[in-house]
Design a protein around this ligand. Structure first.
Ligand code: FAD
Ligand code: FES
Length: 262
């Protein structure tokens, strides 16, 4: 259910390269949210900017009544958010959208992320490992310092491979080899991708060739976050032809075969 929450900021720490990890107390949100859903946050205690900003859950910690958001400063909202000190309370709506449809009895899943797009895969990997599902993660970024989620996912028990543009290991052919090997692992039930249309196309092709259901989490600019303004429309295929869906309400996670990757 979409409800108002108060995020009581416990920590808002720089992680390097304009990134921050925000830890906030929000017990109701921490219990209700599922990996892949997002929260729409007012980035200051005041009312300017008026529009909220959408952020995925990086980690959900229901036992501690806390949620974690890993974010990059890109404009006015995230810049203001980066200056919010611990103790501040922020208004937030959530959990919003449809999250990752993790199969409860999956033996193995494959996660593919690029840059900040890997953030929600950490919450998904954590949920999968907690239910006894093995996780292989292929994480890509421009540089090693831009990789997100590799350390926490490895610490939780996932098999993590990182590739970067800087090392010349992130080109489609090399990633495709890693992906094929991961998808060939016996018991692979699902694949999930986030943060790159190019990687999404690879996962779509490779997973479809093996009959493995695959899902993508999309990011679009958002206004209301609640399905009312249509700012976040994305093109999808239906049996009746192409149409539009709302990333905020119908997504952000979609079956990969449904999305028209532009
Ligand atoms: C479902 C979802 C999950 C996201 N999760 C994360 C996350 O975990 N970490 C993270 O760093 N970023 C995430 N983003 C992107 C984040 O919302 C934008 O970086 C942020 O809104 C930028 O706001 P700004 O005011 O700093 O930038 P500005 O460019 O000043 O923003 C102007 C307007 O454009 C919108 N906007 C700008 N970039 C984006 C974008 N990429 N997606 C959506 N709206 C945008 C803003 O919300 C605002 O309304 C996510 C986006 C979506 C849709
Ligand atoms: S942001 Fe308003 S409909 Fe999606």
């Amino acid at each position: 259910m979409n409800v108002n929450h108060t995020l009581k900021v416990l920590a808002n720490e720089p992680q390097g390269a304009g990134r921050y990890l925000l830890v906030a107390e929000a017990p109701g949100l921490a219990h209700a949210a599922r990996p892949g859903q997002f929260v729409h946050v007012r980035c200051t205690a005041g009312t300017v900017p008026l529009l909220r900003r959408p952020f995925s859950f990086y980690r959900l910690r229901p036992a501690a009544g806390a949620v974690e958001i890993y974010y990059q400063v890109v404009g006015s909202g995230t810049e203001l958010l980066s200056r919010v000190p611990p103790g501040t309370t922020l208004s937030a709506l959530g959990p919003l959208g449809r999250g990752f449809p993790l199969a409860p009895r999956a033996r193995h899943i494959v996660l593919v992320g690029r840059g900040l797009g890997s953030a929600p895969l950490v919450a998904l990997g954590e949920a999968a490992l907690a239910q006894g599902t093995a996780v292989t993660a292929i994480l890509s970024a421009r540089t090693p310092s831009a990789l997100v989620g590799s350390r926490p996912l490895a610490a939780l028990g996932a098999a993590v491979t990182t590739v970067t543009d800087a090392a010349g290991t992130s080109d489609p052919a090399q990633v495709d080899e890693l992906l094929s090997a991961a998808l060939e692992r016996p018991g692979t039930a699902q694949a999930f991708v986030c943060g790159s249309r190019r990687l999404a196309r690879l996962v779509e092709r490779s997973a479809a060739a093996r009959g493995i259901p695959a899902f993508v989490s999309l990011e679009e600019r958002m206004g209301c976050g609640l399905g009312g303004c249509l700012v976040c429309a994305c093109r999808v295929r239906t049996p009746a032809g192409e149409t539009y869906k709302r990333v905020c309400k119908d997504g952000p996670v979609f079956p990969l075969e449904e999305v028209v990757l532009e």
